[in-house]
Design a protein around this ligand. Structure first.
Ligand code: C5P
Length: 227
């Protein structure tokens, strides 16, 4: 059992979501997917028809939206203004616009504050939480007891995204997925506010040659050592 915070950061396609969620499940901890929060507010922006490239309008929409997270690793979920947007946020439209929305500093301030509130609610009552994202170890909870940074080659990451899309019944073209992975990496790594980077005290785990079970095995070792 975990009674602290594990931060799992890294780019998309590293197996981050699957491993973070399963780690939380086996540690009987809560699970917080911060990417789902950025995706949910991106749905709000698209629903209102505001341009994702207009920071002021984006911030206004996000200020007026309510995102509720279900942190159960067996059944994680996200509600936007009361609607379950779990499927919608994985679609092409949201994936294409989320990097622009998450680059708006006011959006980040609002979501980071909410993330800290959710994490503190768990740890304050003696529970543990696994939090995944891009800036969890660097910005959201630098005090986390264990910080993991997952990487993998961009080929391996694009391959995994394609497999996930196919499994979920979403049409996807491998070349487009590859281009999308690279585009989001570049946007997320080069933005002004909270760019994707590894915390100095994070443990790097390269998942290129590892399957999910192997990654989980490594994370369990790390939790035992320092969690
Ligand atoms: O992890 P996921 O692919 O669902 O994240 C979607 C997008 O949300 C990322 O590409 C990134 O732009 C943004 N994000 C972020 N900070 C986080 C988590 C996600 O900026 N902590």
């Amino acid at each position: 059992e975990l009674n602290g915070i594990v931060a799992v950061d890294g780019p998309s396609g590293t197996g981050k979501s699957t491993t973070a969620r399963r780690l939380a499940g086996s540690l009987r901890a809560a699970y917080l997917d911060t990417g789902a929060m950025y995706r949910a507010v991106t749905s709000a922006v698209l629903r209102t028809g505001v341009s994702p490239e207009d920071p002021e309008e984006v911030a206004r929409v996000v200020r007026n939206s309510r995102v509720v997270m279900r942190m159960d690793p067996e059944l994680p979920g996200v509600l936007l203004d009361g609607d379950d947007v779990g499927d919608e946020i994985r679609g092409k439209a949201v994936t294409g616009a989320v990097s622009a929305v998450s680059a708006v500093s006011e959006v980040r301030e609002m979501l980071v504050a909410e993330q800290r509130r959710l994490i503190t609610a768990v740890t304050g009552s003696g529970g543990g939480v696994v939090v995944e994202g891009r800036d969890v170890g660097t910005v959201v909870v630098p005090e986390a007891g264990l910080k993991v940074y997952l990487t993998a080659s961009s080929d391996a990451r694009a391959q995994r995204r394609s497999t996930q899309d196919a499994a979920a019944g979403r049409a996807s073209d491998p070349q487009r997925v590859h281009a999308d992975v690279r585009r989001r990496d570049a946007l997320d790594s080069n933005r002004q506010v909270a760019p994707l980077r590894m915390a100095e005290d994070a443990v790097l785990v390269d998942t290129t040659e590892l399957d999910v079970e192997q990654v989980l095995g490594r994370l369990h070792e790390l939790v035992e050592e320092r969690g």
